[in-house]
Every structure is written in C-alpha cells, then in structure tokens.
Design a protein around this ligand. Structure first.
Ligand SMILES: Nc1ncnc2c1ncn2[C@@H]1O[C@H](COP(=O)(O)OP(=O)(O)OP(=O)(O)O)[C@@H](O)[C@H]1O
Ligand SMILES: [Mg+2]
Length: 234
C-alpha cells in the first residue's frame, strides 16, 4: 500500500524542506521507493525557460525515485510571494485537480510520497481553496514542523486545530530550533509536548549549516513510527 506524509509547518521558513528531505532520505535508506513532492513553489529561479525551485532540488536529492518536474512540482512561480498572489501576477490559476493528478501519479510510482506544503497549513492556493484542501485531497497523515521561536506555541496550536478539524491524522510534530537564542526553549518544548495531542518525533538543534542527511539521523522516531504504521496496515 502506498504511504507517505504531508509535511506542514507553523509558518514559512520553519524547516519543512529540511525535515521533508530528511524523512525522504530515511525512507529511501529503508529500501522504500521514495519521492519528495512540492505541489506549489514560489520564489523559483529561471534556467533555460524552466522555473526551478530550490526546495524541489533538495527533495529530489533526498529521493530515490526520479519523476518528471510536472509531477513533483506542478506549480512553480518566480515571484517570492504567497502562491495565489504569485499565480495571479503571472496570469495563472492553481487548480486542486491538477495537484491531485500529480500526487496520484507520484503515488503510483513510489512506496512513499513525502509532500511538502507551502507556507503554513491554511495558505490559500486560489480564491476558494488552501493548502489544507491539498492535504485533504492527498489524505496522508500530517507531520507538523514547529519552528521554535517566540510565538510558536500559538502557531502550533492553531495549526493542530486546523489539521484535526479536517479529519486528518496528525502523526506527530518536529521541533526545529531555528532561533539559536530562543529564551526558555525547554519550557516551550514542555508546553508543546503537553498541548499537542500527537508525539514529538524529534527536536532538531540549531545548526550553522543545516543538512538533511544529519537531520535524518535525528529522526529515528519517525522510522519506528513508520514501521508501526506498515505493521498495522498488514
Ligand atoms: N535547525 C536549523 N538550524 C539552522 N538553520 C535551519 C534549521 N532548520 C532550517 N534552517 C534554515 O532555515 C531556512 C528555512 O528552512 P526550510 O527551507 O527548510 O524552511 P521551509 O519551511 O521549507 O520554508 P518554505 O516555506 O520557504 O518552504 C533554510 O535556510 C534552512 O537551512
Ligand atoms: Mg520549503
């Protein structure tokens, strides 16, 4: 049975790509056919007429299945803006059905699809739908990356509420220490552990030069979790 995760975050820039790539690497190392997917990316660079997302490049490097760019990244935009605004500015419209088709294509070709959201959980993709609808369409368990900084408890709890309100499974959350000087880190972690009704899958320390290979070795809990999932599906 195809499985995977939808990786969301408390905000943009909180480490979704780092964690998604680390996850993809873990699954690939387990011998599972794994592909990372970023349905919508903004802030892309143009090379020979093709828009390239740095996130997609990182996810590709961590995956062991190669799929066409229009499958792993159906929507790429140049302006570094909220996706529905970037789409409007470039005369395009993001369609959930296109993302869904791409996801189904990825799922057909891999055992595990790691889908990285864009921004936070409720970021709009067009005038009526949001990344939350993408998560529902993929129907994957969700992993929430909490960017550890002042304000993260509120952002985390709002995200958890939004995820659960849509009937999705919250598999767990990862505390990613993006602020090297965060005050009362331990107390914040304790509060999040007490308030989020899902396991903390790892606490990723702040790193000068973060790389997903190192991070993957800190996410062992997720491997254990994944194994439990596959056994319960048997
Ligand atoms: N634990 C960490 N320590 C230090 N830097 C980190 C850490 N985690 C992430 N970063 C850095 O923070 C930046 C944002 O991380 P990342 O790109 O993974 O976030 P994101 O949530 O995927 O962002 P986006 O919303 O743009 O997709 C990157 O430069 C990354 O290298
Ligand atoms: Mg990213």
């Amino acid at each position: 049975m195809s499985q995977g995760y939808f990786v969301t975050g408390t905000d943009t820039g909180v480490g979704k790509t780092l964690i998604s790539a680390a996850l993809a690497r873990l699954f690939a190392l387990q011998g599972l056919k794994t592909v990372g997917m970023k349905p919508v990316a903004a802030g892309c660079r143009e090379e020979h007429g093709v828009l390239i997302s740095e996130d997609v490049e990182i996810l590709q490097a961590a995956s062991n299945v190669r799929l066409p760019l229009n499958v792993i990244n159906p929507y790429a935009f140049k302006p570094p803006l909220a996706p529905h605004i970037a789409a409007k500015m470039t005369g395009r419209q993001i369609e959930l059905s296109v993302i869904n088709q791409a996801f189904l294509q990825a799922r057909l070709n891999a055992d595990v699809v790691v889908v990285e959201g864009v921004g936070g959980f409720c970021v709009p993709i067009n005038d009526i739908q949001s990344m939350a609808d993408v998560a529902v369409a993929c129907d994957l368990p969700v992993i929430l990356v909490v960017g550890m900084r002042l304000g993260c408890i509120n952002h985390a709890l709002l995200s958890v509420e939004a995820i659960l309100a849509r009937g999705l499974v919250l598999s767990g959350w990862v505390a990613n220490c993006i602020d090297p000087e965060m005050a009362a880190l331990t107390q914040n972690l304790d509060a999040l552990k007490a308030l989020i009704p899902a396991p903390c899958l790892g606490v990723i320390p702040f790193q000068g030069a973060p790389d997903y290979v190192t991070v993957s070795s800190w996410l062992e809990a997720i491997v254990v979790h994944q194994n439990k999932l596959s056994h319960s599906a048997e």
